[in-house]
Design a protein. Structure first.
Length: 83
């Protein structure tokens, strides 16, 4: 794994498994700059499959038109007569 600060190599200081969340927390240190950080690795059981439809339902609906709708602010100022 690369260091998020300097992109150098890292090594694991400690690893802790969390059975409740099915994850592993690893404390890492950079070999170049000494920066320390934590990574969380989530364990997904082999029988669990991703549902693409659930992902699509969770995303907000977006416009697919080529031209986005815009409001022209100059229309409001054109209606007033200059003094």
């Amino acid at each position: 794994m690369q260091c998020p600060q300097c992109k150098g190599p890292t090594h694991v200081l400690t690893s802790r498994f969390r059975a409740v969340k099915h994850s592993t927390n690893r404390r890492r240190a950079c070999l170049q700059c000494g920066y320390r950080f934590t990574t969380i690795e989530i364990i997904i059981p082999a029988g669990v499959r991703a549902d693409p439809e659930a992902l699509r339902r969770g995303l907000p609906e977006t416009e697919t038109s080529e031209e986005p709708e815009t409001t022209d602010a100059t229309d409001a100022t054109d209606s007033t007569e200059p003094e």
